[in-house]
Every structure is written in C-alpha cells, then in structure tokens.
Design a protein around this ligand. Structure first.
Ligand code: NAG
Ligand code: NAG
Length: 191
C-alpha cells in the first residue's frame, strides 16, 4: 500500500513539474522533501525587476497604517508603519510587462538615521516562476545614495528553502505625483 502511494506521489509530482503548475498540497511537498536527501547541485537564479511604488494619487500602492506618539516629531519618522502592494515590471516603464507583486510591511525603525525594516513577499505571476514566491527581509537605509542590500530568507513553489541577497538601487525617486521606481536584483540559491 505504501509503495503504491509513493508511486502515485511520484507520478503526481512528475506531472505537476512537467506542466509547471504548482500544487501547494502536502503530498507534492512531501515528495519534494524526501528527494532532498539525494545529493544534488543547488540551483541559482538572478532575477531582475523594477518595483513601481505609488505613495499617493489614483494608483496608490503604499499606505500608512500606524504610527507611534513619537513619529510626528521624529526626524526619522520612527514608528511609522506602511503596508504596500506594488507592481513589479520587467522594465523601468510602468507599462512594461508585469511579472508580479511586492507585498508586505515597511517600518521606520531607526531613531537616528532614516532607515526602514522591510518584510516583503515577491509574488511572481508570469514566466517560469509564476506561482512561486520569495520572501525578503532586512534593513533598507533610505539615505544611502548607492546600492542597498537585503536578505532573501525563504520562498515557496520552485523557491522552497531559498536563500539569497537582494540589491536595491533607486531608479526614480518619488516624483510630484508620488511615483517611485526601484531597481531590484535578486541573487537566489535553492535546492
Ligand atoms: C500564471 O499561473 C496562473 C495559475 O496557474 C495562470 O492562471 C496564469 O495564466 C499564469 N500567468 C501567465 C502570465 O502565464
Ligand atoms: C538595474 O540594475 C542592474 C543590476 O545592477 C543593471 O544591470 C541595470 O542596468 C539597472 N537598470 C537601470 C535602468 O539602471
């Protein structure tokens, strides 16, 4: 009976993989987990996209949801908490091909320097990563003119057990309409 079940799982897993449809149920995850025992070369991916942020206007994608009593007088907005759901595009242009969403929390968490703690899930909705997610967590020093670096702490779908680094560069700082564009490159390693 056990053998038949395992056979079914393997068949199901192969079918799922072949059609690249991701099933999040426990059975394919269990097969994937058992296969981890087999030695294999870790896979890597470099994923480049632009985050289209709007802090105002009709397309607003980031909203303040809370603040502390200190926030209004804090030079670094300490205690300000934002929830965002931003479009990810292939190119810098807002109308270039969409590849997913960046959803999560941004908290102003530095009393002395302008810096936020970010906890963002990248949800891919097209291409070979469609249906998979990557979770980014880290400190983003807003005043840094150059590149910032945050950690990729995990993922789902093809990115199960992923680790990595995200580098961020401002492409377009927030303009008068509240639109900002950020250049992200994710370097990911996964089994
Ligand atoms: C992504 O996957 C979903 C669910 O399988 C599917 O409905 C959608 O058409 C796919 N999108 C693209 C752009 O391939
Ligand atoms: C975005 O960053 C990547 C990686 O550093 C770089 O190759 C690309 O040219 C940058 N895009 C723009 C528009 O500056």
């Amino acid at each position: 009976m056990k053998k038949i079940n395992l056979f079914l799982f393997v068949t199901l897993y192969t079918l799922i993989h072949a059609s690249t449809i991701l099933c999040h149920g426990p059975e394919p995850v269990e097969v994937w987990f058992r296969n981890l025992k087999k030695p294999s070369v870790p896979k890597t991916a470099v994923i480049q996209f632009y985050v289209q942020d709007f802090v105002g206007g009709p397309r607003q994608s980031a909203w303040q949801v809370a603040q502390a009593s200190i926030t209004p007088t804090s030079p670094t907005n300490f205690g300000r908490l934002i929830v965002a759901d931003s479009l990810l595009t292939v190119g810098t242009d807002l109308n270039s091909a969409p590849i997913g969403r960046g959803q999560g929390l941004i908290g102003y968490s530095d009393l002395n320097d302008p810096a936020v703690s970010s906890s963002i899930n990248y949800v891919f909705t097209s291409g070979k990563y469609n249906g998979s997610t990557l979770s980014m967590f880290g400190r983003n020093p807003l005043s840094a003119a150059g590149d910032r670096e945050l950690s990729i702490v995990g993922g789902t779908g093809v990115f199960r057990l992923a680790r990595g680094i995200a580098t961020v560069r401002t492409y377009l700082d927030f303009d008068a309409t509240g639109h900002g564009v950020f250049n992200y490159t994710l370097y990911v390693i996964y089994p």
